[in-house]
Design a protein around this ligand. Sequence first.
Ligand code: NAD
Length: 459
Amino acid sequence: MVSQTKQIVQDSLNALLEDTAFLPGLQGNDREQAFTSLGAILSTPNHVHKSFLRIALENGSVVRIPAFRVQHNNALGPYKGGIRFHESVNEEEVINLASLMTLKNALHDVPYGGGKGGIILDPRSFSEKDLHLICKKYVQYFSDIIGPDKDIPAPDMGSGEREMDWMMAEYKSIRPGQAYKGSFTGKSIVNGGSLGRREATGKGVYFTFRYMLYDFMKEQRKFLTNNDNPFAKTALDYDGKPLKIGVQGFGNVGSVAALEAFQCQYLENKVVAVSDKNVTLYNPDGLDIPALVRYTSLHNSDLPTTIEQLEEAGIKAEIQDRSELLYLDMDVLILAALEDQVHEKNMDKIKARIIVEGANAPVTSEADKYLSDKGVIIIPDILANAGGVIVSYFEWMQGRETQFYSEDQVYQLLHQQMKTTMDSILPAYFGDPFPLRQNCYIHSVMKLSTVLYKQGKLY
Ligand code: NAD
C-alpha cells in the first residue's frame, strides 16, 4: 500500500513534467531537477517522532507503549491527522496515512498539511484510568511538536471524543495561555467540538457518489454522452435507474453513509446489504436502515446476528458471513471498514460497478487497476472520506473565533467544499482515460508542487 501511494505520486509528477504548460517558468535542466526534488519531498515525511510512553498501570505494573507522530508535509499549513489506537499500528502505516492526509488536504483546499499519529495498543485491554494516563503521556511526550499552529491531532480508529477531550485538557495544562481549543479536533461539543463532526465523514462519502450520479449527471449529461470515456459509459448506464447499494462496515462512517442513502430523495436507491465484523445482512428489497441504527446504538454498535435479534430489531434480512457482502448482487459498494478489503484474490468476484472508499485504502493497487480497466468507477479515499478533516477544520476555526455554527450550517459548508472539489475533478476524469484516483493525485500534486515552487523549496 505504501508503495502504491508513492507510485501514484511519482506517476503524477511524471505526467506533470511532460506537461510544459504546468509551471512554465521551469524549463530544461531546471525543470528536471525541480521535479526530482518534488519526488524526494513528497515521498518522504518531514519528521517521524517516536517515543515509548512509560505508563504506570492501575494494576501496579509499569509498561512502555510505543507511540508515533509523523509529520509528512506542512507546505499548505499546520500538520493535521488522527491518532490511531490499535495493536497493528506500525511506523510504515503511520507514514503512509500521513502522506494520504497531505494529499487529501491539498485536494480539498483545506489549509493544512498532512500528519498522523499512532499508539501500539489494543485500547479494549486497558482500563479507563490507564487510557487517560496514556493520552496525557502522549501529549506530554509530543507537546513540543504539536499545537494549534503546528500540528493538530484528531481521533482515528480506536480513539474518539473522550480521548481528544483528555488530550486537549493536558495540552492546556502544559501550555497555559495558548488557544488550546484548536490544539485537537474531534472533541465533544461541550469542550469545543463541532456539531456534525461525527456524521461528517459518512455524509461526505455518500455525497461524493450522489453528486457524481445525480447533480453532475444532471448538469453534464450531454458532455458524458458525447465522449467515449469508459467511466462516463458506466455512469450513464446507471442514469436514472434504481440502484442497489451495499455497505461494508456499520460504524461511524458506514452507518451514516447507509442512512444518507436510505433517506436520499434525489436518487432511487436502496441499501440491500450491510456488514460489520460479525455478519452480513442482506435483503434484495432493501433494509430498514433507521431500525438498524437504533439497534446498533443499543447493542455496543453491533448488527443483529441471529433470527431472534433480527426480530427484536424489526428487520427482515438473510444472515450471511461477513465477507459475503462484497460479492452480493449490487450496483454500488461502499467500503467503510478496513484497508485492503478488495484485493488480487477476490477482485474478480466483485459485481458492483461503482465503489466508494469510505475507509482509507480499502482497495489494493492490483484490484484498483483490474477493476478500473473494466470501467468500474472507484471514488478514492482522499476524495470520498475527507468530510471528517473538512469539519475538523471548521471545528478549529470555530474554536479560534469562539463562534459556533449550527448543524445545518456545518453540512451546508461541508457539501459546498466537497462540491467545489468534485467540480474541479470530474470533468477531467470523464474526459481522459485515467482512473479517478490518478486524477485526484494529479490535482493534489499540482497544488503542492506550485506551492513548494513558489516558496522556493525546490532548489
Ligand atoms: P468504526 O470503528 O466506527 O467502524 C468500523 C466498522 O467496520 C464496524 O462496524 C466494524 O464492526 C466493521 N468491521 C471491522 N472489521 C470488519 C470486517 N472484516 N468486515 C466487515 N466489517 C468490519 O470506524 P469508522 O470511524 O467508521 O472508520 C471506518 C474506516 O473509515 C476506517 O478505515 C477509518 O480509518 C476510515 N475513516 C474514518 C473517518 C472518520 O471520521 N471516522 C475519516 C476518514 C477515514
